[in-house]
Design a protein around this ligand. Structure first.
Ligand code: PLP
Length: 453
């Protein structure tokens, strides 16, 4: 089998293998890497997943991309190390389940991708004798997952930018207490400002002296591992070949693109419900075919989804035959009818998010945090239009409620239990830098920091 090639969504850079795409983060033409042709799993290969542990499913999915760049033994070891925690699937009613992706070290689904990517990248760098600075912008959870995953990986320095007033105290402490090769910078601005500063640094010729990469979901190394839990859930809940429904709370659309990858590889997905908070650029686009970014992005209780222009839409549009550049301009319209057949999206206000947290608790004694509540409500919105007809469905709970104690307390009158790993991290002293949302300041910081080490 030939190695899978990754093309740029902007169509101006040469196609590359996983190793090159992972090291680069973004394509030279500012597009995002994505396969034009996906490797597929035969129905029998997918059916076999029912008997396998998570780490082995991870190995069989990822092996389709690492042919010729990583030995099977090395990949298998990485999968075992990265996925050493639980992934509960809780039945709520009928065949409707909640998948709790919050059992990793930073209690969000981002651990799944970050832990795999850190291992892959660490190994490739070591083989090449290279060093790399990972720049990442976070709206709350990416920074913590990336910082933990890359902490103490030789040859890697991590710089995390986060919007000072848009992350919860627990989210912040999970990034600012690590030190070592991890630096965190609080930006007086919004997540969009952080993301714009990171993107500008990548495109800045005066920073060519510093090898930079991204651990945001623009990096294909983040995206591919996010397809695995869709295979896993289906292997546990669906009959061989039976379609399944997923509902994913979406911000930058990296998580939902994991489901799209799984579908391209052969997993039958009946509907992918991808709901957003007040940042409603995507549901409006799906309804009207007209794309307009939300500028500035809107704050909401599901703060990890405060994204006015989801970067991964460029990839989604490519899957449906269209082209969107990094600014959100559509050069070629995707097949909207096909998108509407496969996807459903609604925008869930903070008010509906809060009502949902209370309702789901009262009805099922199931505690959701704001992101999971958006997914739950979006699924119910879809259910109001289309029948599930007995198929299995999975609503993704992407963070632990203990990351949002203030919000849970306000709605429920009590605070959720804090997982032990999180409790330990939160005790440590914090250390972070602070700057205005001005790119030149950030460039100076990067250069100074670079010479200092
Ligand atoms: C990042 C995040 C999301 C959104 O995921 P995207 O891949 O950006 O769409 C949802 N929930 C939580 C808890 C997150 O941390």
């Amino acid at each position: 089998m030939a190695a899978t090639l990754f093309h740029s969504t902007n169509g101006q850079s040469p196609a590359v293998n996983l190793r090159v795409a992972l090291m680069a983060g973004q394509a030279p033409d500012r597009g995002l890497y994505f396969p034009e042709q996906f490797p597929t799993l035969a129905p029998a290969e997918i059916a076999a997943f029912a008997q396998l542990p998570y780490s082995e499913i991870a190995f069989r999915v990822l092996a389709k991309y690492t042919e010729g760049i990583l030995s099977a033994d090395a990949l298998a070891a990485m999968c075992r190390e990265a996925y050493n925690f639980d992934l509960p699937l809780e039945r709520v009613y009928d065949r409707v389940h909640v998948m709790r992706l919050d059992q990793g070290p930073t209690a969000s689904f981002k651990d799944f991708a970050a832990r795999m990517m850190a291992r892959l990248l660490g190994r490739f760098l070591h083989e090449d004798g290279k060093q790399l600075t990972i720049l990442t912008a976070t709206s709350g959870d990416t920074g913590a997952a990336v910082a933990h995953a890359f902490h103490n990986v030789p040859g890697i320095r991590v710089i995390v930018l986060f919007p000072l007033n848009e992350v919860s105290v627990s989210q912040r402490k999970l990034m600012t207490t690590l030190r070592g090769n991890v630096r965190t910078v609080a930006i007086d601005g919004k997540f969009d400002d952080c993301q714009a500063m990171v993107k500008q640094a990548f495109a800045d010729p005066t920073l060519q002296c510093i090898p930079l990469s991204s651990a945001n979901s623009i990096n294909i190394g983040r995206l591919l591992p996010q397809s695995i839990y869709y295979f896993y859930a289906a292997s546990r809940l669906a009959q061989p070949g039976e379609p399944i429904v997923f509902s994913v709370p979406s911000g930058n659309f990296g998580d939902m693109m994991g489901a799209v990858v799984a579908r391209q590889m052969g997993l039958p997905i009946r509907k992918l419900v991808t709901s957003v908070n007040d940042n409603d650029a995507f549901p409006r686009f799906l309804a009207t075919g007209h794309y307009e970014k939300v500028v500035p992005s809107r704050n909401s209780v599901s703060n990890a989804m405060n994204v006015g222009h989801p970067s991964n839409l460029a990839r989604l549009v490519m899957v449906y035959g269209g082209r969107m550049d990094e600014t959100g301009r559509i050069h070629q319209l995707p097949d909207l009818a096909a998108m509407r057949r496969d996807l459903f999206s609604s925008s869930i206000s903070d008010e509906r998010t809060r009502v949902t947290i209370r309702e789901v608790w009262t009805k099922y004694q199931l505690l959701l945090e704001p992101h999971g509540a958006v997914a739950w409500r979006g699924f119910q919105d879809w259910q109001a239009q289309e029948a599930l007809n007995g198929l299995p469905a999975v609503i993704l709970e992407t963070a632990n409620p203990a990351k949002f104690p203030e919000e849970i307390e306000k709605n429920m009158g009590w605070s959720p239990d804090v997982p032990p790993a999180m409790a330990a991290a939160i005790q440590q002293p914090e250390d972070f830098d602070r700057m205005g949302a001005v790119y030149e300041k950030f460039r100076t910081y990067l250069l100074q920091h670079h010479t200092a080490t």
